[in-house]
Design a protein around this ligand. Structure first.
Ligand SMILES: [Zn+2]
Length: 182
């Protein structure tokens, strides 16, 4: 899935957690592994994209495969569990990234979720497929619209409580002043 979608899904799910920012960071982190590949394609070869991709040396794919693997995630989780437990829940962002990517990658780029133990991956429907792409953004649009409505609603409620609070305060003040006048 594209990086923006990963960030939006992670934000929608984790926005209320106190580790939300780190969760979103981990939600896009695995795609950092694509950088060596794209840098090679763009700058290290004059070949057009498709051919350039097949000219990328295999070791440049290793970070990408590792970061999309539950094995690497498990090792990092273990390290955080020992030394920095408070950051452990934020790894849910990384977990979510792999889960989302498994059904929407295929062929060579199929998510190798137990790499390097095995190269096994499910050949799904790539996220560049127009139905997957549009469906994904429609789902995100629906969720963010709901969140917006929810936010406007709670803002209205807050204002109503505030104003009713003030009117009670005003009545009390009035009563007190009337008493003084007696
Ligand atoms: Zn990814």
């Amino acid at each position: 899935m594209d990086v923006i979608s990963h960030a939006l899904w992670a934000n929608a799910l984790f926005r209320k957690k106190k580790w939300a920012e780190l969760g979103i960071f981990f939600g896009i982190f695995p795609d950092v592994g694509f950088l060596p590949i794209i840098l090679h394609v763009l700058f290290a070869t004059p070949l057009p994209y498709e051919e350039a991709l097949s000219s990328v040396p295999h070791y440049l794919f290793i970070p990408y495969f590792l970061l999309h693997s539950f094995v690497a995630l498990g090792i990092v989780a273990l390290i955080l569990f020992i030394w920095a437990k408070e950051y452990l829940p934020a790894l849910l962002g990384w977990f979510l990234h792999i889960i989302i990517d498994i059904p929407v990658h295929d062929g060579f780029f199929a998510t190798r979720f137990i790499y390097p133990i095995s190269n096994y991956g499910i050949s799904g429907i790539p996220w560049t497929n127009v139905w997957i792409f549009v469906g994904n953004y429609l789902a995100l649009g629906g969720i963010y619209l709901y969140l917006l409505i929810e936010q406007v609603g709670s803002e209205k409620k807050r204002k109503a409580i505030m104003s009713s609070g003030f009117s009670i305060y005003d009545i009390m003040k009035e009563l007190k002043e009337n008493k003084k006048g007696d």
